[in-house]
Ligand binder design. Structure first.
Ligand code: TRP
Length: 454
């Protein structure tokens, strides 16, 4: 049950919406390889550390970090790590909800048969008609936030477990159907080639459009984006997995759970890539077209495949569900803290945090229409781009490293050895080496490089 709930948090828009579009923007195969290496060498060890801290603390992340620090005679300022997590969760959910709103809108477009027979231009117009309208985006964002707070108000464990039990397998099967369709587009080889062939020369570029001309130069940014996405897609670095860890029974294996979650999460992302890029190339679309990528490709498939109307509706329903189970975990650290420390009822805590997230989300709503012009950009990025960059590429890796440092350097060896109970001493030594040395060094080198410090 723990694995299912944590997989429900991990598998979401990050896998089906974000992974394909950032892979498209960053040149394909070499980027995918960097992402996979980050999952293995950074994501899995930090996930083990984060679950472990949650299970020892058994409270909301802020209080867990404070208690664990106090128990080891450390500075109570470790509670700040919990605070940063709460802030990251609020900021991420604010734009996550807007994108989930797109998926919600597409449930009805698919259901109404609006994709039937559309060509690439028709699909692009349909998408433009949605994101160009602040009113529509605001309405869908509001509905999704309302749905999320409704579940959060009832407590995390109820309902969620039942939903995830059938959701995950169905989503998986539907992704296979989509890949099956992609095989018949005539560009399956080209899609796979884009996704899996290494062209390192093409990856390390950062392009910016200034006054209508595109300027590209060498940059480590794609590596930072790949690493940031490893944190984002596994829900690491802000306390979400810590919350689930606090519900995990003592006898369950943390390592096995982490590996299964990573496998499930990565397979969904790779299947999404295998479904989407063949459609991109078969229709002469642009792989680097940005956050709209899946909304401008998958409807083409649904518009032409047998039973496309049914599959399309089902697909977007499942995508909304997957986003829903992730959204709950993004807001839970904030809600849990309000309940524990402020004595709020769950309902009141949900309403208060939900309203704050909803307000911040309006900035993302406008990023695609009213504020999409250059005069509203900072460093060439919209409000949404900035928020995404700051959270996924800075706050989550920073939070993850602090978790790794806490688990690897400050917790006693006996304590972590006892929690992890790894089958073989060599496995424990490997884990400890990774969280003590590799993850902190890797994260700092990548971050400082990408930010141009070196
Ligand atoms: N992992 C989710 C996804 O891929 C998003 C998510 C849920 C998340 N909880 C999180 C990201 C906590 C970072 C931190 O869609």
């Amino acid at each position: 049950m723990f694995i299912l709930a944590a997989a429900g948090s991990a598998v979401g828009l990050g896998n089906i919406w974000k992974f394909p579009y950032i892979t498209g923007e960053n040149g394909g195969g070499a980027f995918v390889l960097m992402y996979l290496v980050c999952i293995l060498a950074i994501g899995i060890p930090i996930m083990m550390a984060e679950i472990m801290l949650g299970r020892r603390g058994r409270k909301s992340p802020i209080n867990t970090m404070r208690d664990l620090a106090a128990a080891d005679g450390l500075n109570p300022a470790w509670g700040l790590l919990g605070w940063m997590g709460v802030l990251a969760g609020v900021l991420i959910l604010s734009y996550y909800s807007v994108i989930a709103g797109w998926a919600l809108a597409y449930v009805f477009r698919a259901g109404a048969g609006l994709f039937n027979g559309l060509d690439a231009k028709g699909v692009g117009d349909l998408f433009g008609g949605l994101v160009g309208s602040p009113e529509k985006l605001l309405a869908w964002h509001s509905i999704f936030m309302f749905m999320t707070m409704l579940v959060v108000a009832q407590g995390v464990k109820n309902g969620l477990e039942k939903a995830v039990r059938w959701l995950m397998p169905m989503l998986f099967v539907l992704m296979l159907v989509m890949v099956g369709y992609a095989m018949n587009t005539g560009a399956f080889d080209k899609g796979l080639d884009f996704l899996f062939s290494m062209r390192f020369g093409e990856v390390f570029h950062a392009c910016e459009t200034i006054d209508g001309t595109q300027i590209c130069e060498f940059s480590w940014q794609p590596l930072l984006i790949a690493m940031g996405h490893a944190f984002f897609t596994l829900s690491l670095g802000m306390g979400a997995i810590m919350v689930y860890g606090s519900y995990m029974p003592k006898r369950a294996s943390i390592a096995a759970a982490s590996i299964w979650i990573a496998i499930a999460d990565t397979s969904v992302a790779l299947l999404a890539g295998m479904a989407i890029f063949p459609i991109v190339f078969a229709n002469g679309l642009e792989p680097g077209s940005g956050p709209g990528l899946i909304f401008q490709t998958l409807p083409l498939a649904f518009g032409h495949m047998p039973y496309g109307q049914l599959f399309g509706t089902l697909f977007f329903v499942l995508l909304v569900f997957a986003a829903w189970t992730s959204a709950i975990s993004l807001i839970e650290p904030a809600v849990a803290w309000l309940v524990e420390n402020r004595g709020y009822s769950r309902l009141r805590a949900s309403v208060v945090s939900g309203v704050i997230v909803w307000l911040v989300g309006i900035g993302t709503v406008f990023s695609f229409n009213l504020w999409s012009g250059d005069q509203y950009k900072l460093f060439g990025k919209t409000f949404f781009d900035l928020l995404d960059f700051l959270t996924a590429n800075i706050m989550l890796p920073l939070g993850g490293v602090l978790i790794a440092i806490f688990a690897g350097w400050l917790m006693s060896r006996a304590a972590s050895e006892d929690e992890l109970k790894l089958a073989h001493p060599a496995l424990y030594v490997t884990w400890r080496f990774l969280v003590r040395f590799i993850t902190p060094l890797a994260v700092f080198i990548v971050m400082l490089n990408a930010l141009g410090v070196f």
